[in-house]
Design a binder for this molecule. Structure first.
Ligand code: SF4
Length: 355
């Protein structure tokens, strides 16, 4: 492989790394992670400067999903202790989630439901109403993650004001059937294409650490590049007792933090201009969490995940500030500055959105 500095230079000039080059970045122990991160950071800085994108989600319908995604605590097929199939959350709950996301500096709130997907019907109408509530509020962009959708449903979602749709591919095509058997990789790709067809931005990523090979991670990165997705959420497996992936994880040594960061860097080399943000499982990096930006990540999910806790938003905003980086609301709102405020639960750092 040419020197990493030369490779990064070529990428900045418009070159696309080959699959073999990407595999080398993900696996070649002769490549010092520190040299790799230096060049990944150069690519990040070239496209994102000092900005760290922040996004937040709300679990709009928890549990009871008929699908069998092997990592998911919300599948009705696994005994995970997660509540089985709540209804769509109320207007009041959405309003609370909006207020939290706004206080943290997220420019968008993504409504996530544990479902295979939707066809027109009463439940979908409720989801649309909640999406409309966020978009009509005008303070946050309304995003959604609702499983497999057809074109008609996307048109309705777009009309409700949704601007971005999340639908992860989870892993490379070759490993997907080890992760999920109730729908196919092509079903997921069709949904991503439908979202684009109605003019929505797409947010598509996956999970690292489900027993997949480095080749599968590279395949995922290459597919995301082909699909030209807009944002790339990367997760590290959070092993939930009762799921098949928890059993897979027990059989393997956990990935070392530097190895995890090496994978982030590989994604940055393959997807130099895309917003790569780190979501669930960031805690597995331990003391190395702050190195995600050096490894090429340009954003984080702030606030809790669907069924598991994240680090506190205050700690995340402090980390960003300590690194000399600037929180940037994901979505149309522009920058956010961090201020200290007295709240009922004590003094906290809050990010303020300035449009
Ligand atoms: S479709 Fe979504 S909610 Fe359902 S099992 Fe898969 S990941 Fe979980």
């Amino acid at each position: 492989m040419t020197s990493l500095s030369h490779l990064a230079e070529k990428i900045l000039g418009g070159y696309f790394v080959s699959r073999d080059e990407a595999l080398g970045l993900a696996t070649d122990e002769a490549i010092s992670p520190w040299v790799l991160f230096e060049q990944a950071n150069r690519l990040r800085e070239a496209h994102f400067g000092n900005r760290v994108h922040l996004c937040s989600i709300v679990n709009a319908k928890m549990g009871g999903c008929p699908e069998d995604c092997g990592f998911c605590s919300q599948s009705a097929r696994f005994e995970t202790g997660v509540e089985r199939g709540t209804g769509i959350i109320s207007e009041a709950e959405v309003a609370k989630a909006e207020a939290r996301a706004e206080a943290w500096g997220s420019g968008a709130l993504s409504m996530v439901t544990a479902t295979r997907g939707y066809k027109a019907g009463a439940e979908f109408d409720k989801v649309l109403a909640r999406v409309k509530q966020v978009s009509a509020g005008g303070r946050l962009e309304a995003h959604a993650s609702l499983g497999l959708l057809g074109l008609d449903e996307f048109k309705a979602l777009r009309a409700a004001g949704c601007t971005e749709f999340n639908h992860n591919l989870e892993t490379g095509r070759g490993y997907f059937e080890k992760v999920c058997t109730t729908h196919t990789y092509d079903d997921r790709i069709a949904t991503i294409r439908n979202a684009r067809a109605v003019g929505m931005r797409t947010c598509v990523g996956g999970i690292i650490g489900m027993g997949e090979a480095a080749e599968d991670r590279v395949d995922l990165a290459m597919t995301l590049r082909e699909l030209d997705v807009d944002e790339v959420p990367l997760n590290f497996l959070v092993s939930v007792e009762g799921t098949p992936m928890a059993a897979v994880a027990k059989e393997r040594a956990p990935m070392a933090p530097l190895e995890m960061l090496r994978q982030v860097a590989m994604f940055r080399f393959v997807l130099p201009t895309k917003n790569i943000f780190i979501c669930a499982g960031r805690q597995h990096l331990g003391d190395l969490q702050a190195l995600i930006f050096q490894a090429g990540a340009s954003g984080i999910m702030i606030g809790d995940f669907l069924t598991t806790k994240n680090r506190s938003p205050e700690d995340d905003l402090k980390m960003i500030s300590d690194l000399g980086l600037e929180p940037k609301a994901c979505g149309r709102s522009s920058i956010a500055k961090v201020v200290d405020r007295e709240t009922d639960s004590g003094r906290v750092s809050l990010a303020v959105i300035a449009n």
